[in-house]
Design a protein around this ligand. Structure first.
Ligand code: PMV
Length: 320
């Protein structure tokens, strides 16, 4: 059996986080500069059924049976085998390698799941379609995030900008004019599940207010899609700023995020906001080729360890 390897990108949410959990649209885009890869090699001489798993990033070097039944990697492997009605996976080594920082809003959990599902289904002789990969990855996301919208696994599976509405068929769209996003990590790890649970508690306490906020964010997302399609980058920047204000009002920003957002704007970014669950994790800034380095430098001066500059366009990348 030949070795199989799959590489997938990370992701950021451009607009619409949190409101997307309540049925409003959101836009997310792949980030090619960070990637997860799952490589599977058959071990015909190993004891039958021995599935070795190596993941240097999370310090994992084990065999499948030693992982708890609830471990996302074990769950991913068993769900692929179950979906294919395979009782015995041939002895093999699964290597998981990722350059996507963990718990920072770049989709590391979903990316590992998508890469592993793709590689394993191919290794077992039945490569899944994107739709099948996405559906299975969504089930794995539920282990990490309890009530995920499905946005992360969708944008990572299709590796294209997506206009996403929960429980609705995939919608990708064209980018009228490619644009640049600088990503800055606060280095404050903030579990998405916690932020989502707190928003849910507040929503229950004041549904009228939260529904109005989510409607406003939904409106911003619709306009942002039009701005991206027509190449109106200035308008997209203003909409990102507006979105950040609403996220502040529902308490998912933080002093560090607010500070970095304003630093990016002062350095010339056309717009900036938190991205993802909030409270920590990443912020993003819409930049131009002329001011990208100045914005990145300003963020680094304020303590951001690493900035990633990513270009958003409509083409699906070809990973080897
Ligand atoms: O923290 P991230 O990048 O995984 O994004 C979470 C986005 C939320 O809208 C807050 C939750 C969700 O499931 O969509």
């Amino acid at each position: 059996m030949p070795a199989i390897a799959t590489t997938v990108p990370g992701k950021i949410i451009l607009v619409g986080e949190h409101a997307v959990v309540y049925g409003r649209p959101a836009i997310a885009v792949p980030v090619m500069q960070v990637q997860a890869r799952a490589a599977i090699t058959a071990n015909p001489r190993a004891k039958p059924g021995t599935i070795r798993i190596q993941s240097a990033n999370i310090g994992l070097e084990t065999i499948l049976d030693e992982l708890s039944e609830e471990h996302p990697i074990r769950k991913t492997i068993t769900s692929v085998a179950d979906a294919l009605h395979v009782d015995h996976i041939p002895a093999c080594t699964i290597r998981l390698i990722s350059t996507i920082p963990v718990a920072s809003g770049l989709g590391s959990g979903a990316a590992i799941a998508v890469a592993l599902i793709r590689s394993l289904s191919a290794f077992l002789g039945h490569p899944f379609s994107d739709d099948q990969v996405n559906a299975l990855a969504f089930e794995i996301e539920k282990i990490h995030h309890l009530t995920p919208s499905g946005l992360d696994n969708t944008v990572i599976t299709y590796a294209k900008p997506v206009y996403f509405i929960k429980d609705q068929p995939l919608e990708t769209f064209q980018v009228g004019k490619p644009f640049l996003i600088a990503i800055g990590d606060t280095r404050i790890s903030s579990p998405t599940a916690l932020a989502v649970a707190e928003v849910h508690r507040s929503w229950k306490a004041d549904k009228a207010f939260y529904e109005r906020v989510f409607d406003s964010i939904g409106g911003i997302v619709i306009k942002a899609r039009q701005a991206i399609e027509s190449g109106d980058i200035e308008l997209l920047g203003l909409l990102m700023n507006e979105n950040h204000e609403w996220l502040r009002r529902i308490n998912v920003s933080s002093p560090d995020l607010d500070h970095l957002v304003s630093v990016a704007r002062m350095a010339g970014a056309l717009g900036a906001k938190l991205s993802g669950g909030g409270r920590g994790g990443n912020m993003i800034a819409l930049v131009t080729p002329e001011n990208a380095e100045r914005v990145a430098q300003a963020l680094r001066t304020e303590g951001v360890m690493r900035t990633i500059l990513t270009k958003i366009d409509s083409t699906r990348p070809l990973f080897e």
